[in-house]
Design a protein around this ligand. Structure first.
Ligand SMILES: *Cc1c(COP(=O)(O)O)cnc(C)c1O
Length: 351
């Protein structure tokens, strides 16, 4: 079968980044007031930044083209070349940002083995170096909530608070990669500000569960954001009439946050159903938000082969390696789609 023979892709569980902006979101974008963003003259961008700063309990915020740039600019602001960032061994910044911390900030990374991406204050203490002429300087601890490779795992609030407290005690800066923070907020009932305000910097992605076409917003103190602007220009992230895309973010914060609960219910529905399939292994109790990682080694088929069989049925689920697949729910996925994906998976592993 050539690529051209594939049926239309109807249920796409590859990632929550595949969702398309809704009609209402596109209308909000069309109606946006705009100006020169890099001069601070775009009213829609300014509104979005005010909203996210307030949401995360920080003084100020800056709009950026991607979540990756939010991490990379924050690292650049907090660190000098030769400094060390302490983070979980599964971190997005470590695996999926093309070595950005090294390339753009000249930093070392020191990893910890957390529990599904979540580490303890004691681990941070253990990873922090003492004063020495010879050692890198421990500068920053970076937290991911929800933890992506941890399967969308939510950090308990007290665990986050103990990590930011020990960071302060040890003289480290702290950064929150909140690409999917609002998933954690909706699923746990903890407010975004309670999660984010204790960090020196924090951001949310607009192009994941919130369903926007592009963008992330990075928040921090006024001084931090001033410095972040310098690197936004340097890294090529300063824009012009960006209100067109920022309007999607404003719209999403007003309309797409509470609905993340549907994505979480759909992920649990999917996990519960596929847990019954012979050869598929997962622990439904670990499905905290919108991601379902599952082990297919018991099926006798490699994950990429299952992916190909699913795709022939109009369903896409990604493979992480030969044994592991990942399904992610989002705004374009309904209960009916979930049931279809479950049926397709049953078929793929039995036929
Ligand atoms: C997606 C993601 C990023 C990067 O965001 P982009 O908008 O894709 O650049 C960073 N951290 C985590 C945890 C992510 O899931």
């Amino acid at each position: 079968m050539t690529h051209d023979d594939l049926p239309p892709l109807e249920v796409d569980l590859y990632s929550d980044t595949v969702s398309r902006p809704t009609l209402a979101m596109r209308q909000a974008m069309m109606a946006a007031e705009v100006g020169n963003e890099q001069a601070g003259e775009d009213p829609t961008v300014n509104l979005l930044c005010e909203k996210v700063a307030a949401l995360l309990g920080h003084e100020d915020a800056v709009y950026l083209p991607s979540g990756t740039m939010c991490n990379e600019i924050a690292y650049r602001v907090h660190c000098e070349p030769g400094d060390e960032i302490i983070l979980d061994e599964t971190s997005h910044a470590l695996h999926y940002e093309t070595g950005g911390p090294a390339a753009l900030s000249g930093v070392m990374t020191r990893t910890m083995a957390g529990d599904r991406g979540r580490f303890s204050a004691e681990q941070v203490r253990g990873a922090t170096r003492g004063q020495s002429r010879h050692a890198p300087i421990s500068r920053l601890v970076s937290v991911e909530n929800t933890a992506n490779l941890g399967g969308g795992a939510i950090w308990p609030l007290d665990q986050i608070q103990s990590v930011t407290a020990v960071a302060k005690e040890l003289g480290l800066k702290s950064h929150l990669d909140g690409a999917r923070l609002l998933n954690a907020v909706v699923a746990s009932g903890v407010s975004a500000a309670d999660y984010a305000s204790g960090f020196d910097s924090a951001w949310i992605d607009l192009s994941k569960g919130l369903g926007c076409p592009v963008g992330g917003v990075l928040a921090g103190s006024r001084a931090f954001i001033d410095r972040a602007w310098r690197f936004k220009h340097q890294f090529g992230g300063a824009m012009r009439q960006a209100g067109i895309i920022a309007a999607a973010g404003v719209y999403a914060l007003d309309h797409h946050v509470e609905r993340l609960a549907e994505d979480h219910a759909n992920a649990r529905r999917f996990a519960t159903a596929i847990g019954q399939i012979n050869g598929i292994k997962l622990d439904v109790s670990t499905i905290d938000t919108n991601m379902v990682y599952f082990d297919v080694s018991g099926t006798g088929l490699a994950a990429p082969e299952i992916g190909t069989r699913l795709r022939r049925q109009g369903v896409r689920i990604g493979d992480t390696n030969d044994n592991l697949m990942r399904a992610v729910t989002h705004i374009d996925i309904t209960e009916v789609d979930i049931d279809r994906a479950v049926a397709a998976l049953k078929d793929a592993v039995s036929g």
